[in-house]
Design a binder for this molecule. Sequence first.
Ligand code: UT7
Length: 346
Amino acid sequence: MKADEAYSLGQRREAGSEGESVAVIRSVILGVGAYLPKRRMTNDDMAKIVDTTDEWIVERTGIKARHIAADGELTSDLGIAAAHQALERSGLTASDIDLVICATATPDRTFPATAVRIQSKLGITHGAAFDIQAVCSGFVYGMTTADNFLKAGQFKRALVIGAETFSRILDWNDRTTCVLFGDGAGAVVLEAQAQTGTREDRGIIATRIRSDGRYEDLLYVDGGPGSTRTTGHLRMNGREVFRHAVNKISGVIEETLAESGYKADEIDLFVPHQANARILDGIAKKLKVSPEKIVMTLSQHGNTSAASIPLALNQAFEQGRIDKGSLVLMEAMGGGFTWGAVLARW
Ligand code: UT7
């Protein structure tokens, strides 16, 4: 069955009599791209602004540098640059895309969605575009949402973008938060393709998203159009967030693996949200994932929220660590709390 034919028939179609495989639609990753603003700020640069040291930041987080968007450079600009690269590597043009999802907590404007501006600047006038707000879990939420639309047959090809300019919501006097975050964007192109319905299929194999608003006050922005009529600044109780991170992330990974039938040691590449190297070490130990399978971009990008997973995917792709057939596990946790995981075969 051709992909288009299966697509038009929806998610699931019996291929034939008993014993034959069952065709399913899966969201196959066709390409990845990323963009980082030119300006790079090292820990020593940070030490000129707040009372901190390179030693403290490296020891507690693993971060050495981050990129900061130029004045007038918007989240949509970062997202568009990443999208162009992802489209080029997918061998597609923008007109092939009928769904644009932008995961961001730092939109250009309160409304309309940054995704709509990206859609428009890419020259796409058909299909739909919207933002997803799940902070650092945004890319995992975006992939899950796109996957469900593609599997349902409502769209054929999706651009899932994670783009952030967290530098705009940081309190640059607060050393406990401003040293942690950076700006950037990453994007992937997904295409609905007919697969055999086995765990060897290419594409997204399993997803899990979770949230629990009881933890809202541990990581939030203290402003918003509806409450203060201001943008506000990021506030975080880092120690408490840390305390929850390893268990919540490990839990959702275990659920995703159980659904897919894979074991942690079968994963080729682990592409986590980049918040803190110590959290990633903790998860790796708990799940018994060997450190060389983990993609770490934290040292050079800091925490770029929804952009961190596609930025890390892009780095792994450029370093030749991902190839057709690679089994890739992505995970994230962020404000809300929100958290989740995506298992995909490249
Ligand atoms: O992506 C969203 C999810 N976010 C996360 O996953 C973040 C999770 N949390 C963390 O990564 C860590 O908790 C932090 C990196 C934020 C902080 O590390 P920590 O080991 O939990 O440090 P702490 O907050 O317990 O602070 C230890 C000390 C404090 O001093 P006192 O009270 O012990 O005297 C802080 O004031 O370190 C001090 N401190 C700093 N010192 C130098 C806090 N920030 C800094 C700094 N430079 N930038």
